[in-house]
Design a protein around this ligand. Structure first.
Ligand code: KG4
Length: 345
């Protein structure tokens, strides 16, 4: 293979939670994106941090080797290494961070730390050969919805983010996961509820919606509302859940989407911004995706929905976010340590 010596080859490394991922991009174009998802957590109803760290340690070398092989390049062709510094599970982040730094030293190339959430927000900038590669214009709004976050972010540029609103308690993904667990439907809850909701009536049951000022969110009340509703109905009919789970899921999902959309619409109106993206694990939700598109058609938005493979944790989004930082001249000192929480961008 003949390489263009002027091209930037960025290796991305993602290990913030339970996916070990490595990706290579060339000048923003995706060459490979390898993801090893950990199955060890399935029986525990959630991610077990200690098991996640161990699995990352086992996976990281083969995953990176595979990403380089699939990209058709050697490690020595790399220009820089972008890695997730946080937020996430500290033990998991340590694996990716230490690996990135060690490889950077070995190859004598820069390493660039990336905020995981910025990766989700910029995922739409990963270009793919043979695809249309539509991209939002700055400034745009991103509805960032995952297991740990629910935010509306104004993206002024690839390095300039402003949080307009965020959850004051649970993240929306947590509401999906906790309610699924409570109904005995399994983990992670989002995909299960999404699937059952397709078979149910979204207007059959009504759950409490929060009254939070401004652009902030709250999801703990709706979770409690579902919990009490199911408990009361089960006291009358022990088979209530089994007989009605499709309608419960459809109604619950609709409530969550209504809450998300009301603030997104408000943010778009206040800022006058019409380029709207979504990101994070919950952006895979089929109901949310169709509502964003429907609102977009109604309001003249340009909507950008991530491909499913970029909704979950992946290193391609880390590579592209790192590439922007590389182009801006950022280099990360080698004494950097991962952080489990990052309050701002
Ligand atoms: O961004 P992500 O992969 O990881 C972190 O939060 O770190 O998001 C995971 C979340 C989980 O809460 C999961 O239930 C949710 O994304 N999720 C979904 C769907 N697929 C994943 N939620 C709703 N509908 C889905 N189809």
């Amino acid at each position: 293979m003949s390489l263009n010596i002027m091209a930037d080859y960025i290796l991305g490394i993602e290990s913030s939670c339970d996916d070990t991922s490595a990706a290579v991009i060339r000048d923003g174009y995706l060459l490979s994106n390898v993801i090893a998802s950990q199955q060890v957590h399935k029986d525990f109803g959630g991610v077990v941090p200690e098991l996640a760290s161990r699995a990352h340690e086992k996976n990281i070398v083969p995953v990176v080797s595979q990403a380089l092989d699939k990209a058709g390049i050697k490690a020595s062709d790399l220009t820089a290494i972008a890695f997730t510094r946080g937020p996430g599970l500290l033990g998991s982040l340590l694996v990716g961070t230490s690996f990135a730094k060690a490889l950077g030293i070995a190859l004598d190339i820069p390493v660039i730390m990336v905020n995981h959430l910025q990766g989700h927000i910029l995922a739409g900038f990963v270009k793919q050969e043979g695809k249309e590669n539509r991209q939002p214009s700055f400034p745009y709004l991103c509805l960032l919805v995952s297991g740990g976050n629910s935010q509306i972010v104004k993206v002024n540029g690839p390095l300039d983010f402003e949080i307009l609103g965020q959850t004051i308690d649970d993240a929306v993904g947590e509401a999906f996961d906790k309610c699924s667990k409570m109904m005995g439907l399994g983990y992670p809850g989002g995909p299960v509820i999404d699937r059952l909701a397709k078979e149910g009536d979204p207007d059959r049951f009504v759950f409490a919606k929060p009254q939070i000022p401004g652009l902030d969110y709250s999801f703990s009340g709706v979770k409690t509302s579902l919990l009490y509703f199911v408990r009361d109905e089960m006291a009358k009919d022990p088979d209530f859940l089994e007989k009605n789970k499709e309608d419960i899921c459809a109604s619950f999902q609709k409530t969550l989407i209504d809450i998300l959309m009301s603030k997104l619409v408000k943010a778009a109106r206040i800022t006058g911004i019409k380029d709207i993206t979504i990101g994070g694990g919950v952006s895979a939700n089929s109901g949310l995706r169709s509502r964003v598109e429907a609102e977009g058609r109604k309001r003249g938005w340009n909507t950008f929905l991530p491909e499913f493979k970029f909704t979950t944790d992946n290193a391609a989004m880390i590579a592209v976010a790192g590439w922007f930082r590389y182009l801006a001249g950022e280099r990360t000192p080698l004494d950097v340590a991962p952080v489990s929480r990052i309050a701002d961008y």
